[in-house]
Design a protein around this ligand. Structure first.
Ligand SMILES: Nc1nc2c(ncn2[C@@H]2O[C@H](COP(=O)(O)OP(=O)(O)OP(=O)(O)O)[C@@H](O)[C@H]2O)c(=O)[nH]1
Ligand SMILES: [Zn+2]
Length: 308
């Protein structure tokens, strides 16, 4: 099986040094070929309490590391656990996939505006929705522009990453729902003063690991791990969002200069690295609740967010 270094370390098949990059690939072998149920228990740390006894397995040298890395990255993009059963002998005709193939897949130049329409929303009736599409990616990102777009005023911009639990269901585990509402309200005020705003709704659920993997991380959080540790234990990056795509959307909207609503300095840096000038960082902190207090403390203490 091909699994992550973090997972291998938990199974005592890799050491601390090897697990320095928790989502690096490790190849393990059991005495017998893996059966599917057993493989699932190896793959998913959320099942550990129910499956305390596994193995023995041993880690093997990996002489196709680049391909293995590409495989684990494909798992993240697909929103599945980073684990594969490997059958090098009877795999049929091999189709090599390497990291550069993935880079081509993520080519931002592919992104274009698919369509746009007037969309009155509760925050403002002067809003327009713009949908973006890329030839080889089914995720449809959208932007909501509030107020009349004009070249001589720097817009208020929010990059909002999809959070089904927070945005739709009112989850109290994070601050996404209140941040979304407050961003739209701030943009409506901006528009009332003659300015404009743009909210990018990025389909990068769970900071890019997908809904199911985020919920697996929640399950680990229920066992006591914080949000960063939970991702790492799953063998997934704790931040896998694609901000260059957001930069490309802003470029297509004609917003090369922005006032960015965020507490996350890495978002500012990522946009700037992708050619968007951030003239101001506008703090975007909302009141906490008992369920998201630890999440926000982890953002502040481990992820470098500027939170009070
Ligand atoms: N993997 C994972 N993702 C989470 C968790 N909680 C929230 N998210 C995701 O985090 C993203 C929200 O992050 P943002 O609100 O953009 O926050 P940020 O970049 O950290 O900083 P701000 O711009 O300051 O809000 C959404 O995609 C959520 O689904 C969690 O515990 N684990
Ligand atoms: Zn959320």
């Amino acid at each position: 099986m091909l699994i992550s270094a973090a997972r291998a370390a938990t199974l005592k098949l890799a050491n601390q040094r090897e697990a320095a990059v928790p989502h690096a690939p490790v190849l393990i072998r059991g005495g017998e070929p893996f059966k599917l149920l057993e493989a699932r228990a190896v793959a998913d740390p959320a099942l550990d309490l129910a499956n305390p006894f596994k193995g023995p397995y041993r880690a093997e040298a990996l002489d196709w590391r680049e391909v293995a890395e590409a495989a684990l990255e494909l798992a993240r993009i697909a929103g599945i656990l980073p684990a594969f059963l490997v059958d090098p002998d009877n795999a049929g005709e091999a189709v090599p996939v390497v990291a550069s193939d993935l880079a081509a897949w993520a080519d931002r130049a592919q992104l274009s505006i698919a369509t746009r329409a007037h969309l009155p929303v509760s925050a403002s009736d002067a809003a327009e929705i713009i949908a973006f599409r890329s030839a080889d990616d089914t995720r449809e990102h959208v932007a909501l522009v509030i107020g009349a777009q004009r070249g001589d005023v720097v817009p208020l911009v929010r990059l909002h990453s999809e959070c089904l639990t927070g945005d739709i269901l009112g989850s109290l585990k994070c601050d996404c729902g209140p941040q979304l509402d407050a961003a739209l309200a701030a943009m409506a005020e901006e528009a009332a003063r003659g300015g404009w705003g743009a909210l990018l709704y990025l389909r990068q659920e769970g900071r890019g690991i997908g809904l199911v993997n985020k919920l697996r991380a929640y399950r680990l959080q229920d066992q006591g791990f914080d949000t960063v540790e939970a991702n790492q234990r799953l063998g997934l990056p704790d931040e896998a969002r694609d901000f260059p795509t957001a930069a490309r959307m802003l470029e297509l909207l004609g917003a090369r200069k922005v006032r960015l609503m965020t507490n996350n300095p890495k978002k500012v840096a990522a946009l700037q690295a992708a050619g968007i000038e951030v003239t101001e960082r506008v703090p975007h902190q909302l009141p906490e609740n008992p369920h998201n207090a630890r999440y926000l403390a982890t953002k502040r203490d481990r992820s470098g967010h500027l939170l009070k």
